[in-house]
Each structure stands twice: as C-alpha cells, then as structure tokens.
Design a protein around this ligand. Structure first.
Ligand SMILES: Cc1cc2nc3c(=O)[nH]c(=O)nc-3n(C[C@H](O)[C@H](O)[C@H](O)COP(=O)(O)OP(=O)(O)OC[C@H]3O[C@@H](n4cnc5c(N)ncnc54)[C@H](O)[C@@H]3O)c2cc1C
Length: 394
C-alpha cells in the first residue's frame, strides 16, 4: 500500500494514510440554467450601469477603485458608460459585512492600488512585529523554526471586514454606486455577450410571500406583557404588515396584539454621496426634472434606488384605533394607509389614508393572511368602505 510520511527534523516520522478520495471527485449536480439566463426585466425594473462588479470583497472593490481612477482621467470614456459608469452589488448590509477573516496582508497590492495613501492611513492593526510557529502534539506544542512560506516580515494585520468597508468608501468617492443587501442571482447573457445580472428578490420568504412579520418568541412575550397588566402590545420588525391577535388574558379579558404594523413612513437618507453627483447627473436631471438647479439628492438617486423599494407591501400600513368599553376591548378600527409606492423619492414615503376600496381590502387582506400564517385564530374583520373593524368574538 502507498504511504506518505511527514517528517520534521528531530521528530518521529508520522505515517499518513494514502489519499483515496477528494471532495472534487464529488461535484454537486449543477444545472447551468439555474445561473445563466436571458435578460427579461422591463425597462423600469432595470438599472443600466456601465461596469458592474458583483461582490464587495477585496477583489471587487479594488476593481471598482481602479476603474474609478482610470475613468477620472478619461471623462470621454466615463461619459460613454452612461449615468452609472461603475456599480457594485454585495449581499452584505455594507460592503465587507460578510467577511470574517482577520487577515495578515501583504500590502504591496494596496500600495500599487493607492499610491498616494500611506499604509499607516489604512484601518489596520499595524505591521506584524513577531511570529512563532508551533508543531502541536496532544499535550504540548513544540516551537519550530518558521518555514519560509510562513514568514510575515513586512506584512500588516487587518480585519478584512474593516478594510473592505474603508475600500467601499474610497470606491464611492471615485463615483462607484455601491448597492448593499443585493444578491446577484443569475448572469444575464444575450447573443453571446454578458448583459448584466438578475438580482434576488429581497424581503420575501421561500415561497415568494411577505414574511409573517413576527418572530415566534414574540407571541409568548406579548401574552406575558398583557397578563402582567399591559392593555395593548404593539411591535414592529419586518417592513410589512404582520398578524393581529385578539388575546383573551386569564382574569383580564380581551386585548389587542399587533405583531407588526409595517412602515408608517419612509425616509431614505442618503448619507454619502459623491461630491460631483449633481454635475455627473445633470443630463439625467434635465430629462427627468424640469428645474435641475432645484433638484435634491433624492432626485438624483431616485432612479437608482427603485429596486431597493421593489415591493408594494413595504409601502402599506394601517392606523389602528383601539376602543375600550368598561375596561374591556370593544373593537379595533383599521384605517389603511399607503405611502406612494412607485412615486419618486421626493414624494413617496409620506402616509396618506387609502381612498379606494380595492386597495383598502388588499391591505386589510394582508393582515388576515399573515394572521392565518402565524397560526392565530381567524379575525372577525368586517370591511366597510375604505376601512375595517375587528370585533372581539364573545
Ligand atoms: C478564515 C480565512 C482567513 C484568511 N486569512 C487570510 C490572511 O491572513 N491573509 C490573506 O491575504 N488572505 C486571507 N484569507 C483569504 C482572503 O480572505 C481572500 O483571498 C479574499 O477575501 C478574496 O477576496 P475576493 O474579493 O475575491 O472574495 P471575498 O473576500 O470572498 O468577497 C466576496 C464578496 O462577494 C459577496 N458575494 C458573494 N456572492 C454574491 C452574490 N451572488 N451577489 C452579491 N454579492 C455576493 C460576498 O458577500 C463578499 O462580500 C483568508 C480567508 C479566510 C476565509
């Protein structure tokens, strides 16, 4: 039988079993169609960009930064790449949020990428000062001379997550549009050329529905709060309307629990915008806004942000009016509210009472569905015009 021996000077050779199988011998079944498709989305569901980087790790961000540097010196090419010459999407809440490595980094690539930034100005934990390598036995470790490939002289210590957040800011300063919380799902290919990526829907469960809006522990917490004297329990969490429960508390009677009232207003504050955003987007403004000189940052970013607010249910809520008679819950009146789904960012996000019956029923219907999905008793909900009333069952 073939054997391999590992030897370290001064130690007894260890016999390793021969390698018989490797993980690469068992590739998972892959259907290419799952990952590659033809572009289909309608124009208004598409963001046209010049160059798109998928993934805000060191590689994607270094690419975005380098391209930003090159385009800064070549405005004609930047112009050809359209309103958003460089874009980057990452799954994490910010670029770098998914990177866990505490890395010892050879800084030469960072020096090449950012020649004007001394390595000391990067968010590091300083240079490697000393290193030791141990050969670990069951009860003790033996310090051995550092093998040449393990030498870290000249390397620096980083949290990769902190480094990539910092790189994300540099990329944005150079004009890249960094879109977090966005997962690229499929590569879109037409006529043999890559046309873009399809992104995964956000905020939906596996079946494509709005999530139930309530964590399971919340039910026990709500019941205990009411048993302990609360007259009502109101929670919020997911960006959608959640279940309502009329809870019969032993000795106290019925009380209302709102497991999630969705969004009552939207305010998307763009904290970091490139200084030349107005100049670069003037053409876009002239096409979409009558008076570009009076435009706000919202106007500039609205067309880019459309996919972020992709679901109508994140723009719907209710005002709940809880009425008591003789210290007992008598009814809960629900007044549906909508926040201007599909409007421009300057006008959307502001709550208005729903004026048409169809939309009102759709919004109240969400509460009914979510209540059933959370396994709660059916609500006695009576629709009337553009509102509804829940009457506690006797
Ligand atoms: C535990 C550990 C320790 C390490 N230690 C060191 C070290 O000491 N020194 C060193 O130099 N290197 C180290 N490395 C290696 C180093 O981390 C990688 O080489 C480097 O991170 C690779 O960069 P990348 O940009 O190619 O990919 P990644 O860093 O993996 O970044 C990929 C990014 O893409 C995002 N992403 C993935 N799929 C999608 C999608 N479908 N849509 C949108 N976004 C997506 C992810 O969220 C992630 O932010 C270590 C790695 C690990 C795991």
């Amino acid at each position: 039988m073939e054997t391999v021996t590992a030897t370290v000077r001064g130690l007894t050779p260890v016999a390793c079993p021969p390698v018989k199988r490797r993980p690469s011998d068992y590739p998972p079944p892959v259907n290419v169609r799952e990952f590659v498709a033809e572009p289909q989305a309608a124009d208004d569901e598409r963001i046209d960009v010049g160059v798109l980087f998928v993934g805000g790790g060191p590689a994607g961000l270094a690419g975005a930064i380098r391209l930003g540097q090159l385009l800064a010196d070549d405005p004609a090419t930047a112009e050809q790449l359209g309103e958003v010459p460089i874009a980057l999407v990452d799954k994490g809440r910010v670029a770098g949020a998914h990177l866990l490595s505490g890395a010892v980094v050879n800084p030469s690539a960072l020096r090449d990428l950012l020649p004007d930034t001394p390595i000391e100005q990067l968010p590091s934990y300083g240079p490697v000062k000393r290193e030791s390598v141990y050969f670990m036995r069951e009860r003790h470790g033996i310090r051995i001379p550092t093998p040449p490939p393990f030498h870290n002289k000249g390397n620096w210590i980083f949290s990769l997550s902190r480094l990539t957040r910092w790189m994300g800011e540099r990329a944005e300063e150079l004009g890249a549009f960094v879109q977090p919380e966005t997962t690229a799902l499929r590569l879109l290919v037409a006529d043999g050329a890559v046309r873009g990526v399809q992104t995964a829907p956000m905020g939906l469960d596996r079946a494509g529905n709005a999530p139930s809006g309530a964590a399971n522990f919340l039910k026990q917490l709500a019941h205990e709060a009411i048993d302990s004297g609360a007259d009502m329990f109101v929670a919020t969490g997911n960006h959608n309307l959640g279940p309502i429960e009329i809870y019969d508390s032993p000795g106290r009677g019925k009380r209302a629990i709102f497991y999630g009232l969705g969004n009552f207003f939207w305010s998307d504050v763009q904290e970091q915008l490139p200084a030349d955003l107005f100049a670069r987007n003037r053409k876009l403004l002239e096409e979409t806004w009558q008076d570009p000189d009076k435009a706000t940052a919202y106007d500039l970013t609205a067309p880019l942000n459309k996919s972020y607010f992709a679901h109508a249910f994140t723009f719907q809520s209710v005002i709940a009016e809880v009425r008591f008679k003789g210290n007992q819950l008598s009814e809960v009146a629900l007044h549906p509210v909508e926040l201007g789904y599909g409007d421009r960012l300057t006008t959307s996000g502001i709550p208005r009472l729903v004026a048409d019956e169809g939309t009102a029923r759709e919004i109240l219907g969400q509460i009914v569905t979510q209540t059933a999905r959370f396994g709660l008793p059916e609500l006695d909900l009576r629709y009337s015009g553009t509102g509804g009333t829940i009457i506690p069952r006797r």
